[in-house]
Write a protein that binds this ligand. Structure first.
Ligand code: CO8
Length: 256
């Protein structure tokens, strides 16, 4: 039987591929459990510095699996406590890159927005179409989308269920880069490998600092950034990085 995700490790990059092609990678309960367990195992693995989540060229993910929810009662939904899993994704400390091609809808769009860098192929389409099936986004879509693209564009997508193209998503600030469909995965993988060569502790603290900008006031965020900045002067990688710059050689980071 096909596994809902395929997990592989390449050098310092932990890769997860969503693998339910028959249902456009719908995020079933099983898939989410495996995905989150794998992301956490990558986060705990000191040999992995960066995580890459990919779908296929045709689809990233068309949302939560509607079959899992169609007949559920409010109590069943409550008892499933499935948003606890999404909270665990939020707590991953290493950078997570999303390689998105095709549909990123509903929970699929929300999964991409849980990532830190979104590489979109020219064919990517983003949407929060939950309104069409009688619900609203539940894994942070109304909040993260609004912060990413602003109230009026978010309202258009959430109230009308409108899909936006990769070009619009890029223009609106929802994606980091657009790349040709044919090599979107190779591009994202190379980016992940390049990023994985940076000092791993600084990567984690940089992610933490940027995410803080969504959570707090400017002055508190600046204070927070400063503390993390100072902290890095306790690392060997800072000494090595600066020495290598001065000596005009390539730095060799050890993650300490
Ligand atoms: N769940 C289950 N099955 C799906 C889903 C889905 N989200 N999306 C597509 N499929 C299935 C279809 O039923 C179909 O199966 P079959 O071949 O057996 O009929 C197969 O995938 C192919 O789909 P289509 O034939 O519909 O393909 P089209 O190219 O015609 O259309 C669309 C593609 C536009 C993407 C269309 O499939 C669609 O609208 N899908 C649903 C999109 C959607 O509404 N997503 C939101 C779901 S709700 C949600 O994500 C809430 C998240 C809350 C947080 C997470 C909690 C777990």
């Amino acid at each position: 039987m096909n596994q809902p995700i395929i997990a592989t490790i390449e050098k310092h990059v932990g890769i997860v591929r969503l693998n339910r092609p028959d249902v456009l990678n719908a995020l079933s309960l099983d898939l989410m459990k495996m995905l989150v367990d794998t992301l956490e195992s990558y986060d705990d693995n000191p040999d992995i510095h960066v995580i890459l989540i990919a779908g296929s060229e045709k689809v990233w993910a068309a949302g939560a699996d509607i079959n899992d929810m169609a007949n559920a009662s409010v109590f069943e939904m409550y008892e499933r406590n499935q948003f606890a899993r999404w909270e665990r994704i939020r707590k991953i400390r290493k950078p997570v890159i999303a390689a998105v091609s095709g549909f990123a809808l509903g929970g699929g769009c929300e999964l991409a927005m849980h990532c830190d860098v979104i590489i979109a192929s020219e064919s990517a389409k983003f949407g929060q179409p939950e309104i069409n099936i009688g619900i609203i986004p539940g894994a942070g879509g109304t909040q993260r989308l609004t912060r990413a693209i602003g109230k009026f564009r978010a309202m258009d997508m959430v109230l009308n269920g409108r899909f936006i193209s990769a070009a619009e998503a890029h223009q609106f600030g929802l994606v980091s880069r657009i790349v040709p469909r044919e090599n979107f995965y190779e591009f994202a993988l190379k980016l992940a490998h390049d990023m994985s060569k940076k000092p791993p502790l600084a990567l984690k603290l940089a992610k933490e600092a940027v995410l803080k900008a969504h959570e707090t006031t400017l002055s508190e965020g600046l204070e927070y950034e400063r503390k993390l900045f100072y902290m890095l002067f306790a690392t060997d990688d800072q000494k090595e990085g600066m020495a290598a710059f001065i000596e005009k050689r390539r730095a060799k980071f050890e993650g300490q």
